[in-house]
Ligand binder design. Structure first.
Ligand SMILES: Nc1ncnc2c1ncn2[C@@H]1O[C@H](COP(=O)(O)OP(=O)(O)OP(=O)(O)O)[C@@H](O)[C@H]1O
Length: 292
């Protein structure tokens, strides 16, 4: 089971500061969504509203067809995994894992114990005795094993080493096959995680910069490399998001639909066309207005 999300005209203020500005988007159920944005863009603010921590005052949020705020069904079906979660501070891990099913009806205790073992979480310790990486791994273990229809990971991997993160990503893919749910990832490790995303939402200065499926986004990013004059002539009418010189060769990154006919023209001009990663697109699309 998985929840759909529809956000309309959502604006959020912290006193006079507008952190989210008229957000409008829909997130398809059963997909993994990468929620990307620079520091301070508004990701955590948005995710807290989607996790029903606050009531939307300006605009609306509809999750699985209902207003999620103080909505028992939606809250029970939503996991929010974030760094500052102190819910289980002094409890022993073994006890925590035994008790989750009381409030998470789909919690799979055997799976949680298996994951905890693979993350090497010391079961006899209490949460306050865990290292930072172990504490993140525990939150992730609970998040994955809860199998909630909406699961939100807000930079949930903090402190986890590379092998532990790799295990986390593999489990996401396996779990999505076994029990598909709506997963939201806020992350700064874009290059490492982009293969997990079905869809990408980029927030920039509190606004939606773009929302695309992974394939659509990758189809829109191209690198064009070749002799300076030819590259400049070819990209004159395109949206150039980055450029650099390598000796006499120029390489530019462009964003937008590039029809096959245009691509053939580029090849005839002796230009090389390559693809861009989501990380490249993210870096250069959110850099606008900033000195490179
Ligand atoms: N409690 C608060 N009071 C005032 N301003 C806040 C508060 N919480 C967040 N903000 C501001 O709102 C903006 C968005 O913050 P938010 O934490 O949502 O960003 P973020 O995209 O998650 O950033 P990061 O990637 O750095 O975690 C920032 O400018 C931040 O300073």
């Amino acid at each position: 089971m998985s929840y759909s999300i529809e956000v309309s005209d959502l604006t959020v203020y912290y006193k006079n500061f507008k952190a989210l500005d008229q957000l409008n988007f829909k997130l398809s159920p059963g997909k993994v969504h990468g929620i990307l944005g620079r520091n301070g863009a508004g990701k955590t603010t948005l995710l807290m509203y989607l996790a029903s921590f606050h009531k939307a005052k300006h605009g609306t949020i509809v999750i699985d067809g209902e207003d999620p705020f103080e909505n028992e069904r939606i809250i029970q079906g939503t996991s929010f995994i974030y760094e500052k979660d102190n819910t289980y501070h002094y409890d022993k891990i073994d006890k925590i894992i035994k008790s989750i099913h009381y409030f998470r009806p789909h919690f799979d205790e055997a799976y949680a114990r298996d994951l905890a073992k693979r993350f090497k979480i010391p079961m006899k310790k209490s949460v306050d005795q865990l290292s930072r990486g172990q504490s993140s791994a525990l939150q992730i273990t609970i998040g994955l094993a809860s199998r909630t229809p909406l699961t939100i990971f807000d930079e949930a991997y903090l402190g986890m080493d590379a092998p532990a993160r790799e295990l986390f990503y593999k489990e996401i893919l396996l779990e999505q096959e076994r029990y598909p749910r709506t997963i939201l990832f806020s992350t700064h490790l874009v290059s490492e995680m982009e293969y997990l995303f079905d869809e990408v939402l980029i927030i920039d200065n509190g606004k939606v910069l773009l929302q695309e499926t992974n394939e659509q986004l990758l189809e829109k990013g191209h690198s064009i490399t070749g002799p300076k004059e030819n590259v400049e002539a070819f990209t004159k009418t395109l949206k150039v998001i980055h450029e650099e010189m390598l000796g006499r060769t120029k390489s530019v990154m462009v964003y937008g639909h590039l029809p096959e006919q245009e691509q053939r023209k580029a090849v005839e001009l002796g230009l090389e066309i390559g693809t861009l990663s989501i990380n490249n697109l993210f870096i250069h699309l959110t850099r606008e207005g900033e000195e490179a």
